[in-house]
Design a protein around this ligand. Structure first.
Ligand SMILES: [Cu+2]
Length: 148
């Protein structure tokens, strides 16, 4: 009886070892695949923009470097906002400190990437975000709970 159980136990393990570990993906645009599920969603303070935020390599993000994808729509009409400039300041209100992302890119179709965001410790952070179109600007504060 013990021998039979042992054989059931080992067969799946052998199968796994043949599959092996996935190779780490290259850091290219093509390799960046954000989750389908939205991580954080909210409106800017005056209600002009509706924002959906997703993150890689983890959602919710882990301590370390993350990339956030913003998808921005006009809240009233649902129109994708294509011509905006984003200024994102990650801030940890409980500790009074933040960090600065190094790269923000307009990817078109209402999608913007905020890359190389250093979330240096776990806990509740805010993505303090200014969305600017020409002379107009509106701020949104989007909370993110960062894991270990
Ligand atoms: Cu902190």
């Amino acid at each position: 009886m013990i021998a039979i159980r042992a054989s059931y136990f080992y067969i799946p393990l052998l199968g796994l070892s043949l599959v092996g570990c996935p190779k780490p993906s290259a850091n290219t645009d093509a390799a960046k695949s954000f989750p389908i599920q939205v991580g954080v969603e909210g409106a800017t303070k005056q209600g002009k923009f509706q924002v959906q935020i997703r993150s890689i390599p983890h959602q919710p993000p882990h301590t370390g470097m993350s990339t956030f994808e913003y998808r921005i729509q006009e809240k009233a009409t649902g129109t994708l906002v294509t011509g905006a400039k984003l200024e994102v300041t990650p801030f940890m209100p409980a500790h009074g400190h933040g960090t600065t992302p190094t790269k923000t890119t307009n990817k078109g179709k209402g999608v913007y990437w905020v890359e190389e965001v250093a979330l240096i410790m776990p806990g509740t952070w805010e993505l303090r975000t200014v969305i600017r179109i020409g002379e107009q600007a509106e701020e949104g504060v989007f909370p993110v709970v960062v894991k270990e």
